[in-house]
Design a protein around this ligand. Structure first.
Ligand SMILES: *[C@@H]1O[C@H](CO)[C@@H](O)[C@H](O)[C@H]1NC(C)=O
Ligand SMILES: *[C@@H]1O[C@H](CO)[C@@H](O)[C@H](O)[C@H]1NC(C)=O
Ligand SMILES: *[C@@H]1O[C@H](CO)[C@@H](O)[C@H](O)[C@H]1NC(C)=O
Length: 324
């Protein structure tokens, strides 16, 4: 090995200092969550990237699914790193590192939006968070908008990222996308999707959906794969709230809509979607038309995961909205 040039030797301590300055605190933990309807104390797993101190305003991210985990939202720390407020992600109960409740599978009166609003309020209280920004991706934005229409104290900004304003519009968009699939794949979905029969044609059609309308990157980023793995391992939440078909909601979210209540969202709101998104324009339009202080940004080269698909542009957009 050649000796290091002198200049590099001099630079080394400086580089180390920079690395140390850039090091971000990461705190993981659990808050207990009493669920009265089952008389049980559950645990919500959370991760704080950055430092949560009294008086700072964190960005709290709500993951989708329902029934995946939060790992794929950790990348949003691109936006909070270097800011005073940290990013907080958490696994909603029923999956990931939070309490699983397989014994409640199929109980639609247990798995409701209200349950997850209670969990969010509990997390805010236990972490002693007074002011915060809230981002929800996909189902997370359904949860976030359902929460925001209650005008919660302390909410400063809302981001609805690839989320529908109603389940009916969402299904309308899924069917319109499906109708543009190659004929063989469309037929497989028409034949097998409702009963979720995993024939090779059906698997191919779902893979086509996922690579065109869930995430257009090949391969998928690992955290997105991990989310899918969690969802497959414990289907309690996804099946009970959404159902096993992509094109028909049979779970407790059937008929869900916030459209009529959207004028109650008074905080500045950013709505985003992608051109190839399962959340097509028609599903986000009610947000844009009815939330008083709203900005809509559409990512032309993205589907459902713009924070990976157009990472830099997404982060710049989010940063500008939250901090300027
Ligand atoms: C809840 O749990 C406590 C402690 O195990 C028990 O005493 C109580 O009867 C339970 N209540 C219901 C409604 O199941
Ligand atoms: C379903 O959940 C509700 C609400 O938590 C509960 O009251 C009910 O007993 C549950 N039903 C069954 C069959 O477990
Ligand atoms: C979309 O991606 C393609 C290929 O990477 C690139 O050429 C194009 O400029 C991008 N368009 C936008 C709007 O970002």
């Amino acid at each position: 090995m050649r000796p290091l040039p002198a200049l590099l030797l001099i630079l080394l301590p400086v580089l180390q200092l920079v690395v140390a300055l850039n090091a971000v605190d990461v705190t993981e933990g659990y808050v207990s969550f009493e669920v009265p309807s089952i008389n049980r104390t559950c645990q919500t797993y959370y991760k704080i990237i950055g430092t949560l101190r009294p008086g700072v305003r964190p960005l709290i991210a709500l993951h989708g699914g329902p029934g995946v985990n939060s790992e794929y939202l950790e990348i949003l720390s691109d936006v909070t790193n270097g800011r005073t407020g940290p990013l907080i992600v958490y696994d909603q109960i029923g999956n990931g590192l939070s309490t699983h409740l397989r014994e409640t599978a199929g109980n639609k009166s247990f798995w409701t939006v209200d349950l997850f609003i209670s969990e969010l309020k509990n997390l805010l209280a236990k972490l002693n968070i007074k002011e915060y920004d809230l981002l929800g991706q996909s189902w997370g934005g359904m949860l976030g908008s359902s929460f925001a229409i209650q005008r919660p104290r302390g909410l400063k900004h809302l981001v609805l990222f690839s989320s529908p304003a109603s389940m009916d519009l969402w299904i309308q968009a899924q069917i319109a996308l499906k109708n543009k699939f190659p004929e063989k794949l469309r037929d497989a979905l028409d034949k097998y999707d409702e009963d979720h029969i995993p024939t090779p044609e059906y698997e191919e059609a779902m893979a086509y959906y996922n690579s065109h309308h869930l995430c257009t990157l090949d391969p998928f980023p690992l955290p997105i794969i991990h989310g899918a793995e969690w969802a497959a391992r414990d289907q309690t939440v996804g099946d009970t709230m959404y159902g096993s078909s992509q094109f028909k909601v049979t779970g407790s979210l059937a008929g869900w809509s916030v459209i009529d209540q959207l004028p109650n969202i008074k905080v500045p709101t950013l709505v985003t979607n992608g051109a190839q998104d399962g959340a097509q324009d028609l599903v986000v339009l009610p947000f844009v038309e009815r939330i008083p202080r709203v900005k809509w940004v559409k990512f032309q080269n993205s589907s459902h995961m713009a924070h990976y698909e157009e990472r830099e542009k997404f982060m710049r957009t989010l940063s500008k909205f939250l901090y300027h």
